[in-house]
Design a protein around this ligand. Sequence first.
Ligand code: ASP
Length: 312
Amino acid sequence: MKHTCLIALIGLLWLSSSLSAQPKYALAVHGGAGADPAHMSREEIAGVETRLQAVLRQGLAQLKAGRSSLEVVETAVRSLEDDPWFNAGRGAALNSAGEAELDAAIMDGSNLQCGAVAGVRRCKNPVSLARFVMEKTPHVLMVGLGADRFAEESGLEMVDNDYFITERARQALRKKQGTVGCVALDQQGHLAAATSTGGLTGKRPGRVGDSPIIGAGTYADDRGCAVSCTGVGEEFIRRQIAGQISQRMRFNGVSLSESVKLTFADGLPDDVGGVIALNRQGDWVLHFNTVGMSRGAADSQGRFMVAIGKDK
Ligand code: ASP
């Protein structure tokens, strides 16, 4: 009897130590703030949720295979750019001239390397161009013609501006469409963030939002957290929301959820948008002050969720 108890105890100890030694990885995605599930059809809700679930599964598989968070956020955002349901890449919101002008950014939390593009009209996947800016140039932000030219020279896939324009975007069926973003934590303990958007429907040609502004709509720092924002970009730029959330953690020692709460409470007007944020412990916060935000998150411990409306 004594022996059986001892063996059971050793077994339990082994199990708990192997569980805690499990690699910890996590990711969160958003498909934009503002969508109101009360005004969406069942098909629309299912459409958004199914797509976010697919992106989460793809990201989890990559993270499990040991891929870097940087690669994961790029792949996730590329998938959402290719999907006409979201306001990024194909299906992006159009400017007042009826054209697509795309913004995107990516950031590596392990070394603060980052890249961004704004006002891109022909590069099929702006998030990959942002990564090229980060890795192949000494710059952080490239815009317009020069950015498209750089994409072409780099051999990235190019398309006519018409490729991005869908009937749905043309009719601007939804008031605020969904920018996309992803934050991830890899097995090496590194964070990354990426965001991509067509901006606000009917924006002035040349207007740039928060998504490609490092520290406003996108930020990642292993010493703080990774953040991707969505909403009225001007409000996020003014307050440097993404950077502020990370810096509050770093310099004030507050938790991730406290930091998001304090940052939103510090004068961000109501009904302007939301954020997804993730720290090195794999805790996530998906917070918004709009009626809804398409969002999802998953991790190595088996947590998996997607939602559009407020948490119940
Ligand atoms: N934040 C984006 C922008 O202002 C738009 C959005 O998230 O829907 O360009």
